[in-house]
Design a binder for this molecule. Sequence first.
Ligand SMILES: [Zn+2]
Length: 253
Amino acid sequence: MTKLRAKIVLEGELKIITGLHVGSAAAGMQIGSVDSPVVRDPITNRPYIPGSSLKGKLRSLLEAAEGAEPNRSGGSGTFRHECDDRSKALECPVCRLFGSTGSRGGENHPARLAVSDLLLTDDSIEELKLIDTGLMYTEWKFENTLDRVTSAAMPRQIERVPAGSVFSFRLVYDDREDVEKLAEDMKNLAAAMSLLEDDALGGHGSRGYGRVGFTNLRRSHRPVEMYGTGEEFPNEDIGSVADLAREYESAER
Ligand SMILES: [Zn+2]
């Protein structure tokens, strides 16, 4: 096991610029509801964005930017990239940051980046409580989709988190001693976040859903020696994704 040098915590807000649909696995199982519901917290019933959704999207954008070889089935006819062995993964910008599972007999390489579930901010919850769409905190929209088998048009109600909603995000990067790639990884992360702002999160991106923007970025560099001392961790305001990228400008990409 390689020594952990520090944790870099990046926090901030993800602003929903156009209606966001992050679908629930329970789609179609809810009675008396929309055809395609969003994922919700079962206790509070508030919509949230699973960390795995944001992480998967950032990964696929970095894969595209790096031209990483798509060598794994991602389901539904899609392919994704994963390095087979640990030494390759450590030199691979995608697998170092986002991990590789070691499927097909390869070695598992844990991700250096962890992405928490994104929750609605308190201000957004208050605002969304006031909207009257018949759904809690969300809106719905009719879309004509094609039945994959019969090609018949199927009007479906798609549930969305409305434009203007704001979620808080938290990304934690493990700075490890084995390969010193902090600056390069941060630069790649900033690039993926920046690409996402010109792409879409969640479903129906080609219909204009899921445009998002990162704001109010803060960074806390936490050397491992600080843990357990009771000292307060430092916290710096960074601003935008472009500001984050500039912080690591000199790093290679
Ligand atoms: Zn790789």
